[in-house]
Write a protein that binds this ligand. Sequence first.
Ligand code: BGC
Ligand code: CA
Length: 311
Amino acid sequence: MEDREDLGGISDCAYNKLDSQEELTTEEQEFFSNQQKQKVSVSLMIPKSSLSRYHQLIILAVFAVILLAVDIGLGVYYNKLTSGQRIFTDMNNELAKLQASYTTATQRKTEANKLLAKEMSEQQLTMWELEHQSRATKDFERRTNKIRLETAALKSHMPMIKEGCRHCLPGWTYMFSMCYYFALSDDVLRRSWQEARNFCMRYGADLAVVDTREKHLAISELITNYYDTSRNIYQSGFWIGLRDVEYEGTWKWLDGTSLAAGYWNDGEPNNQGNEDCAAAYPRSNPFKSWNDAPCNHGLKWICEMTAKTQS
Ligand code: BGC
Ligand code: CA
């Protein structure tokens, strides 16, 4: 009986059957025997099941703890992954924002550059206009100055012109009982010494013979009053009737008389190149007025002729 208890409830049933086995037929015995074998094998397959329940619970608890730990681990891992992904997404968003800001900044820079280029071109235009205006202003000032100068010159010249109306040809100036023509205007085409002489001769005159101090000072004052100082002095000379064409250094007037006293500028006459004709220049010091120049130079000129006596 002790052995039977060891086998448990199922075994009890099997032994009960075995107790009455003698009363059974062979077939029945065989059947029970088979059943017996099956029960034994089942009981062998789950050995000591009622004893292991505690262990099973422990194992299950261990498993549960492991599973919980794995779950927590996975949770932590997932959390880390998620936060990593979040950081990645945030970084992507930041990058996208930065790219957008960069694009906007680039566009703004391009627009600013265009605006700057436009401003610069407008500024350039303004500068050119300013330059143009200041040139125009300077030109205007120069012309105003010239008009002022000519007005002053004309005022001092007026009495001689008035007298010229009585004694001379129109536009000629009366001085020292003689008539003078001054090619004063800058618009008058400059001529060589011979061309200038030809002009004078067409009116029965000749290039001026400036053989007295008074005559020279009067002529000098007149041409200086009209002088536009912005012009080159060497283009502002007036041919007079004096040459050294026959003998170099021997200066003679057109009437054949030799020069007694000249009003040469310092260092003149210097015959630079070949200078055989004399001209009077509008210098502030009238005693340094003359220069010898090449006769083919284009200059202004002064004609002289005897005045008409009043009838
Ligand atoms: C010289 C003059 C010369 C003139 C010719 C000047 O530079 O000083 O002597 O007659 O040039 O244009
Ligand atoms: Ca000279």
